[in-house]
Design a protein. Structure first.
Length: 172
């Protein structure tokens, strides 16, 4: 099964990227890293589809069996980088494919709005967004080591295990 993890932050040293890399490494999944992938602002023009990174995104998404989307929460919503990436794709890329959501928040009660927005977008793209989701707050990371805490890694692993079981049933 080919799982694609989309790191939805434009920050090269952000916590969302740490979490996305952890998940991609854990699952031996393909990582689309929006902090390093240069995508233009989506404008709907057909000539954008000939750009190398847009073609790579299209091909990678078409070949995927399942997705994990991660986004920081900026001003109560998902990142513009993730929304822009998803705008280059359509229902053909996601139809009947499972999607797991993670939000990386600044603390407090953040994260839920970006999860809800990703869920709505997933539904609009005909994806099967799984019910389980997770917010990763600052205390879930050891920034000096660019990794998740052991407790957070265990909770993430539980979500990933459940997602893999769901995805395997869906893709049979």
């Amino acid at each position: 099964m080919k799982i694609v993890v989309i790191n939805g932050t434009p920050r090269k040293y952000g916590r969302t990227r740490i979490a996305a890399k952890h998940m991609a490494d854990t699952l031996n999944a393909h990582l689309i890293d929006l902090s390093t992938m240069d995508l233009p602002m989506f404008n709907g023009d057909k000539d954008q589809s000939s750009l190398a990174n847009v073609q790579l995104l299209d091909e990678t998404a078409r070949e995927a069996d399942a997705f994990i989307w991660l986004s920081p929460e900026y001003h109560g919503g998902l990142s513009g980088a993730l929304k822009n990436c998803l705008d280059f794709l359509n229902g053909d890329h996601f139809k009947q494919k499972p999607v797991l959501l993670f939000s990386v928040a600044g603390g407090g009660k953040g994260g839920i709005n970006s999860l809800n927005q990703m869920r709505l977008i997933g539904r609009a793209l005909y994806a099967h967004v799984v019910p389980n989701q997770m917010v990763l707050d600052p205390h879930c990371f050891i920034r000096e080591e660019n990794r998740l805490t052991e407790e957070a890694a265990e909770k993430v692993q539980s979500n990933l295990d459940e997602f893999k079981q769901f995805a395997e049933r869906m893709t049979r």
